[in-house]
Design a protein around this ligand. Structure first.
Ligand code: NFS
Ligand code: SF4
Length: 653
């Protein structure tokens, strides 16, 4: 086991996380000589040139490193300028991030096809209402047709999301007309994701596209093929197969582990594995086996994004976000840890070994050297998931490590799908986003913010998420959440209706009337597509402009770390949303490419990027943007009047 070099030099735990449970486990790990990502981050100093994206290794004439202090003082051996180098790197991040989401979405579509053809029998079309509404949204005639025929037609149509060589992807039909018009003008309506990602990789090869603006155009097109393509298909098909979420109260944090039960954690991104784990964990014979081994039962718990899908659909407890995945193994209480794809740190394996936790990779795309691989097949899913439960029971029976489970757990509510928000606001007979628009227009709600994305051990875990969201709701901004960010806020207790007391007067009034939290959990990272659909509905309902770019909304990933997050950021920007990132931004400040991303795109009718490290600064930027949009819509007046207090009134007189 690699020992931390000098224990005294390691950062203070209170600077690493605001999550008490994770902090306790970092401390325990240190005392046992186990190194977690938090401490690796402290000893692995980030390369400053790489952090600024000022280097290129696209060919063997390089690698070339430019100087971020004097970005135009040098060019690469081929003559590539700083703007070309940064734009190409950015484009490749988007290609990789988009590939991850779209490959996942394509797998969901594969499963859907095999379910409707009868090849897969363990899953079924659970939500026929959703099947019909998705089919109709892409202009499939549903009147008088059987579910099977609708499903087959929908499959054929959605396959184009990936494979279409020419023309627009199916969900382009959901884009507000004015926004779509802008995309057409700029040439960024995506074809199939495979084509866009391929072209992105081609154009960023040595000696191809060397005009940062032209590269950025393909960045937008590729990213949109994820947001309105791969990710959206992943969300919609998951809902069709496993049910559209409705709000459910559950528990989050490490305290959901149970000392006297067989604890199984699933961490990853595809709901398929997890859905079958639920079946196995509820199998009477396996529960019997667990009891025979002396356990009170089988405790199935989620982490990261697939955990978020399960929390939303089934109320399965959630143990923590990305930065807590290694730390939770240090409890010694985890009997099996099953992973599928994405955000699975290689370091997990080593920690799992230290505590004799059975760790399994299950997807052929994601194996880890030295880790047991139990491949998951959707046509015989229980073969794998039963085996995981059996292994977990055997580890429980032979537990050799003292168990130390942090006590904290928090109640929170998740599962605010686009459809549920519609119902919640409008009532069952006339579900509608009109009340939301009305409350934005009358100023009770100032605007809407999406706060999403990863946690990153380079910054204090959860801190920026929580500070940012608190400030937003205090200023009457309704917050929508996906991904690891949602768990940060759930642990802080903000995903409950009671948290409305932290909101500004206007937002609080709306929350109390509807009985909703001021912070709504929408699901996993692919479920950012739900935010796009909700925003499109706001445009359609009217009164807030004609395109997505007119809406008083903003987005943020305050602790991002992955290429997927960059791709999400770009598709929000290309959709018309001001999107602010924290931690670091892969760019040299003051360059033409930076100006283009941070200002130029907005002038073309899209959204724009922003960057700041401090959550309060981020809040200020987002609120200023929301106010700017309100002003442009002519709805700022109502709000200003509301803010004038007696003292100011006297002054005016
Ligand atoms: Ni999304 Fe980041 Fe990973 Fe999910 Fe969590 S880290 S970009 S939230 S688990 S993908
Ligand atoms: Fe250097 Fe140009 Fe090769 Fe990049 S493509 S490594 S900048 S020579």
């Amino acid at each position: 086991m690699d020992k931390p070099k000098d224990k005294d030099k390691l950062p203070d735990i209170k600077d690493l996380t605001i999550c008490e449970s994770t902090g306790q486990m970092i401390e325990k790990a240190r005392s046992e000589g186990i190194v977690l990502g938090f401490d690796r981050a402290a000893t692995m100093k980030a390369c400053p040139i790489g952090a600024d994206s000022a280097c290129c290794k696209h060919c063997a004439m390089g690698p070339c490193r430019l100087n971020s202090k004097d970005p135009y003082g040098k060019v690469g051996v081929c003559g590539a300028t700083i703007d070309t180098i940064m734009a190409r790197n950015f484009g490749r991040m988007i290609a990789a991030g988009g590939a991850a989401h779209t490959d996942h979405g394509m797998v969901m579509l594969d499963v859907f096809r095999d379910v409707i053809s009868g090849k897969i029998t363990d899953y079924e079309v659970k939500d026929t209402e959703k099947l019909i509404s998705v089919a109709e949204s892409v202009d499939i005639e549903t009147e008088g047709k059987s579910m099977e025929d609708i499903a087959k037609e929908l499959y054929a149509e959605l396959e184009r999301t990936y494979t279409q060589v020419e023309g627009e992807i199916p969900f382009a039909k959901r884009v507000p007309p004015k926004t779509l018009e802008t995309w057409r003008k700029l040439g960024i309506v995506p074809r199939g994701a495979m084509r866009e990602i391929m072209e992105m990789m081609h154009r960023t090869h040595m000696g191809v596209d060397q005009d940062y603006k032209n590269i950025t155009t393909q960045c937008s097109r590729t990213a949109l093929s994820d947001g309105w393509g791969g990710s959206m298909v992943a969300t919609e098909i998951s809902d069709i197969l496993f049910g559209t979420p409705v709000p459910v109260a559950t528990e989050v944090n490490m305290g959901v582990l149970k000392e006297n039960e067989v604890n199984i954690i699933v961490h990853g991104h595809e709901p398929n594995l997890f859905e079958s784990m639920i079946a196995s964990a509820n199998s009477p014979s396996l529960i019997e086996a667990a009891k025979a081994a002396g356990a009170g039962g089988i405790n199935l718990v989620g982490m990261c994004c697939s955990g978020l899908e399960m929390i939303s659909r089934h109320g399965i407890p959630h143990a923590g976000n990305f930065s807590s995945t290694e730390a939770i193994l240090v409890t010694g209480a985890v009997d099996a840890f099953a992973v599928d794809i994405q955000c699975i740190q290689q370091g997990l394996m080593k920690v799992a070994k230290c505590y004799d936790t059975y760790m399994f990779t299950t997807n052929p795309r994601c194996k880890i050297e030295g880790c047991d691989h139990l491949e998951f097949h959707e046509d015989k899913p229980l073969d794998t998931t039963d085996e995981i439960v059996i292994k977990a029971i055997s580890r429980f029976k032979g537990r050799k490590h003292p168990v130390q489970i942090p006590k904290t757990k928090n109640t929170s509510i998740h599962g605010f799908s686009y459809e549920y928000i519609n119902y919640m606001l409008g009532g069952s007979f006339r579900g509608s986003y009109t009340p939301l628009n009305d409350n934005i227009i009358n100023g009770r709600i100032r605007g809407v913010a999406g706060v999403v994305g990863c946690t990153n051990p380079r910054v204090k875990q959860d801190y920026s998420h929580v500070e940012l969201v608190k400030e937003l709701i205090k200023n009457d901004v309704l917050v929508l959440q996906t991904g690891c960010s949602q768990i940060a806020l759930a642990k802080a207790g903000l995903l409950t209706p009671e948290a409305a007391y932290l909101a500004g007067d206007g937002l609080r009034e709306v929350c109390e009337t509807v009985g909703m939290p001021p912070v709504l959990g929408l699901g996993a990272c692919v479920d950012n597509s739900r935010i796009l659909i909700a925003a499109s509905e706001m445009v359609k309902v009217g009164g807030l402009g004609e395109s997505l770019a007119d809406l008083p909304v903003a987005g943020c990933a305050p602790e991002y770390m992955s290429e997927k997050a960059i791709c999400i950021g770009q598709y929000f920007v290309a959709s018309g949303v001001y999107t602010v990132f924290g931690v670091t931004f892969p760019i040299v400040e003051g360059t033409a490419f930076q100006k283009y991303l941070f200002e130029g795109l907005e002038q073309e009718g899209l959204g724009k990027w922003g960057f700041a490290k401090d959550p309060h600064e981020i809040a200020k930027m987002m609120i200023a943007h929301i106010d700017k949009k309100r002003k442009a819509l002519g709805i700022d007046k109502t709000r200003e009047r509301k803010l004038v207090d007696m003292a100011e009134r006297r002054e005016l007189a």
